[in-house]
Design a protein. Sequence first.
Length: 265
Amino acid sequence: MSRRDGLRRPRRGMHLLPSLLTVGNIYCGYVSIMRSMMGEYETAAIFILVAALLDALDGRVARLTGTSSEFGLQLDSIADVISFGVAPAVMSFAWSLSSYGRLGWAVSFLFVICGAMRLARFNIQKAVHDRRFFVGLPIPAAACIVGTIVFAHPDPPSETGEPLLGGMLLLLVMLLSMLLVSRVRYRSFKDLDLRRRRSYKYLLLPAAALALVALHPQIMLMLCGFAYLLSGVLPRVGFSRKGASGERVDGMATAAGPPGGDDGR
């Protein structure tokens, strides 16, 4: 083995870094569940958002350092079920859906099972998806949408006398559950090459976005979540209208990827 090959090989400790981030993801999901059971909904929502950040970092770190592994993939899937399936379902049930009785817990369970099915679908078809897109709403995004709503309005609707808000959350959780297992495409942003040299002007947009979030995090994070949700739904509606009018939509079969394709999030 040449010296150059030895330099390219990552250190053994590097393999631990993505897994440590995934463990942090699981910890945040667990703490979110406990906080929801204690009625501390704002804190529970924040831990879900932190878990999403750690989930985004572990994959990036694994790819950048060349430490991706099958073990890391399976651990990440388990973490996603806990932090982005069970945790937001428990939070939404404790925050509002419990007032709907059996319907409430059935809808919250639907969210969990749809998220688990989405992750399982990826694990058996991970080699046939288009990495530029998620097929179906990513489960961290679905969890963050629920989390940002609770973060922006931590007081339960039953206590503030806003039953309409609770009803809207019920319908939203049902919609998110369906989108998790749908074929609606969402940008993954995994095709962005962070190692390429770019002009400093590329920092202006992220800096402006961070400034807006810092200005009013509750509202801006919620708007970002709904904007991402609509980014997949609205183009789909447009394509459906073209198809119904008899017009040909070129490239849909190849752009959407193979049947049931997914990206595991």
